[in-house]
Design a protein around this ligand. Structure first.
Ligand code: ATP
Length: 454
């Protein structure tokens, strides 16, 4: 069924252009086409888990069929089917390399070393504000909390700093423990896991290390990008991961990037991280930032007017941790001067912070930062040269200026050597398109935002 394969490739191309990279990677890329040589009217798309299957059914299936109708003369029906997880894993294990998968016999009578679970009881689903930015990650986490080891394994949550990844995965841990106090749950930051490996080395205690990590019911590993380049840690984690997944124990991982983009991570781990559900958390939009502030205020029993929350949320845009930091600052200032929190008081309390922010995110600073990043001269930002090597960074700087400053398009145009506002709009749109189709551009964009926001 060469024709269907060719059609599917063109479908992939189509969705790659239409969706942003995260949506494409989450929903479309994991689908596998299965055709039968004897059946010319039906094709099956295999989804890696129920979540993806349902989403594709609801949101993409009819589009795929419409495209198929336009492509073929006869009718082709597309079915969705759930992948056989065991088969996928077996295949991956065989393909990986000859490394044996260590099977740890689960200690039946022996007591496990009694490690604390390291969970912060304040992280729970109730005080996690839901919004578009974390919709999928939250839904995935809730499902995993309700059916650990069954729903999606592993659950891989990625996104920038301070966006709630730790909060979310610890909420799963706390939820599981609430339902079953006997559950062996462990939250571990990746750096701590690395130091546990070093310790096991020093004390020749790998058996104890394995006994512990391989016998958990739920393992939460935070910021797994820290495993990059640490081969022994990765090897140990590979064994632990296999042992847990084989035993239907839940693994949840967070990271600052998509699995394939973690630098220095072995391919066999990258592929395993994609076995379950991979979801992103995005920076929250304005209304969600306001909701987070109001929630936090009510938890702390502080009266916070909506207009004050809007003021803070409008100015603190980078991530939730900074948002909470700003609220703390306002609160501390109000206690210090002995006045209730008001708009004026908040402006005063955040004066320094906002001044620093405004200074940092001037258009000149954006131009200089982007020029440094791409190793071109700042003067290329105003030049008329069209060579891609300078034109692309210039468009990147335009897009970032639109994103980070309140300046109008004509103002931004002025700062880029007196360009027309349509040129700025074109640059902005171009970069957004590229971000959706080219992970490298998306990474550059996010890295630059990160540098500029300090
Ligand atoms: N949606 C949300 N609702 C309520 N609080 C949130 C939300 N998102 C983040 N927070 C809060 O913001 C702070 C930072 O979140 P968290 O530590 O989970 O971020 P992170 O993504 O793990 O960051 P890092 O990558 O730096 O580890 C925490 O205090 C957390 O409770």
């Amino acid at each position: 069924m060469q024709a269907i394969n060719t059609f599917w490739l063109s479908c992939l191309e189509h969705f790659k252009k239409e969706l942003n990279a995260q949506q494409f990677n989450t929903w479309i890329k994991p689908l596998q086409l299965e055709t039968s040589p004897n059946n010319h009217t039906e094709a099956v798309l295999i989804a890696p888990n129920r979540f993806v299957m349902q989403w594709v059914k609801d949101n993409f299936l009819s589009r795929i069929e419409t495209m198929a109708q336009a492509h073929f003369s006869n009718d082709i029906r597309f079915q969705l089917r759930l992948a056989d997880q065991i088969e996928i894993r077996k295949k991956a294990i065989i393909q990986d390399d000859a490394t044996p998968v260590i099977k740890i016999s689960r200690p039946s009578k022996k007591k496990n070393p009694d490690y604390p679970n390291q969970l912060n009881p304040n992280f729970n689903f109730d005080n996690f504000v839901a919004g578009k930015a974390n919709q999928l990650a939250r839904a995935g986490a809730i499902q995993v909390a309700e059916s650990p080891g069954i729903a999606y394994n592993p659950l891989f949550i990625y996104g920038g700093v301070g966006l709630g990844k730790t909060h979310l995965i610890q909420s799963v841990g706390n939820f599981v423990l609430e339902n079953n106090q006997q559950a062996k749950v462990r939250y571990v930051h990746a750096e701590k896991y690395v130091s546990d490996v070093v310790n096991a080395y020093q004390h020749k205690s790998f058996d104890k290390f394995k006994l512990y990590y391989h016998s958990l019911d739920l393992l939460l590993v935070d910021d797994v990008q820290f495993f990059g380049g640490k081969n022994r840690t990765q090897e140990e984690f590979f064994y632990a991961f296999n042992a847990l997944i084989e035993a239907h124990k839940q693994v949840i991982i967070t990271c600052d990037s998509y699995p394939k983009e973690i630098s220095g991570l072995e391919e066999r781990l990258v592929s395993r991280f994609g076995w379950g559900l991979t979801v992103a958390v995005e920076p929250p939009e304005l209304e969600m930032r306001v909701a987070i502030l109001l929630k936090r205020a009510s938890m702390e029993k502080i009266r916070l007017d909506e207009n004050v929350a809007f003021f803070i949320a409008k100015h603190i845009r980078s991530n939730v941790r900074e948002l909470e930091g700003a609220l703390k600052r306002v609160l501390a200032y109000s206690r210090f001067v002995g006045h209730e929190i008001s708009l004026d008081l908040s402006k005063e309390a955040l004066k320094d912070l906002l001044a620093v922010q405004n200074r940092q995110i001037s258009i000149e600073n954006i131009q200089k930062t982007v020029a440094d990043y791409y190793k071109i001269k700042v003067s290329e930002m105003y030049s008329k040269k069209r060579a891609r090597i300078v034109a692309r960074p210039r468009q990147m700087a335009m897009a970032i200026a639109k994103e980070l400053t309140p300046l109008s398009l004509p103002d931004i145009g002025e700062a880029f050597g007196g360009r027309d506002h349509t040129t700025i709009l074109h640059g902005y749109r171009k970069i957004n398109e590229l971000r959706a189709s080219d992970p490298a551009i998306n990474r550059d964009f996010n890295a630059l935002l990160h540098i500029l926001r300090g």
